[in-house]
Design a protein around this ligand. Structure first.
Ligand code: PBG
Length: 326
């Protein structure tokens, strides 16, 4: 027996930490917060145990709760008081996100990222304006270029409300460029953009659509979100966003797409974010409820894996629970 290399030597207590390659910190995590203009009470989200939609009046308190755990950043999602075909409440000065952002940035130290998409604001639930008659004709889809004009309006309204970073998630071609131009023209040159650069048409978003009331009323999002079968295409998507000025590159979902996270990290010299989505959260909760998995341990292992794969920051519904234990 000639065993010169024995990796077990470095697995003992005391040395394990010294040689650990990946570390998860509370400051890597971003907590999603749902602000709901249709309620004046907190509403638990059934599909995502421990999460709630909070009224605008509770937005500051909700973010204070996040900060107490050690998490320093939040990403805001809004449920507007009314919806229409163009999603006009998405850029209203008194819109739910604008109002919440104004209050949170005035009253807390949180770093506030605003999700920028139309699906929570349109009555048809798609991430942009529809081509004529799309509801009747399934071959028609979201009108890309017409949607771009709206996205830059939303970005400027969120910036004016005080957002620290804008995160467009609609997967329109040219969205980062359109938003960058809009922000620069309104003198927000310093506003960073975190692009949902490689966002897949994923079944793991199910619980979120319940939470944010953003399910498409007809059809699906496969005309604009990526095909889960495609990995090379993700690099092309990401490079387009880099050319257009994305500051942070996001891959979404996280766990089923760690190969993409790794490739984006290796190929691009920008910070990489991964979105550990609602289905990834709900899955562990459901198994834990049955007594089949240990919630805390599996959550922590999931987040470490996402970092190990190459993510610098992680958006996760586990942020608060995990941060308290780090
Ligand atoms: C909006 C948006 C979605 C998610 C984040 N932003 C839903 C979707 O694209 O259908 C999903 C987040 C999650 O599942 O946690 N475009």
């Amino acid at each position: 027996m000639d065993l010169t290399d024995r990796p077990r030597r470095l697995r003992r207590d005391g040395v394990r930490e010294l040689v650990r390659e990946t570390e998860l910190r509370a400051s890597d995590l971003i907590a999603p917060v749902f602000v709901d203009a249709t309620t004046d009470e907190r509403v638990p989200i059934d599909t995502m145990p421990g999460h709630e939609r909070v009224p605008v009046d509770d937005a500051v308190d909700r973010v204070e709760e996040v900060l107490e755990t050690g998490v320093e950043a939040v990403i805001l999602f809004g449920i507007p008081e009314s919806k229409d075909a163009r999603g006009t409440r998405a850029w209203a000065e008194d819109g739910v996100i604008q109002e919440a952002t104004r209050r949170i940035t005035a009253e807390t130290d949180a770093y506030v990222i605003t999700d920028l998409c139309l699906c929570e604001y349109t009555d048809h639930g798609h991430c942009g304006v529809l081509e004529d008659d799309a509801a009747e004709n399934p071959r028609l889809t979201v009108d890309n270029d017409e949607t771009l004009d709206l996205l830059d309006r939303i970005a400027v309204s969120q910036a004016e409300a005080g957002a620290d970073m804008i995160a467009p998630s609609g997967m329109m071609d040219g969205m980062v460029g359109a938003i960058r131009e809009g922000l620069d023209a309104a003198a927000f040159e310093d506003m960073p953009i975190m692009s949902y650069a490689a966002k897949y048409e994923s079944s793991f978003y199910g619980p979120f659509r319940d939470a944010a009331d953003g399910a498409p009323a007809f059809g699906d999002r496969r005309h604009y979100q990526m095909d889960p079968a495609n990995g090379e295409e993700a690099l092309r998507e990401v490079s387009l966003d880099v050319e257009q000025g994305a500051d942070v590159l996001m891959v979404k979902p996280a766990l089923p797409y760690l190969d993409i996270v790794g490739n984006v990290d290796r190929e691009f010299d920008r910070p990489v974010a991964a979105y550990n989505v609602s289905g990834e959260y709900a899955m562990l909760h459901a198994a834990a409820e049955q007594g089949w998995l240990e919630l805390e341990a599996t959550a922590l292992e999931s987040l470490i894996s996402i970092k190990r794969a190459g993510a610098d920051l992680i958006i996760t519904y586990f942020a608060e629970d995990v941060a308290e234990r780090l």
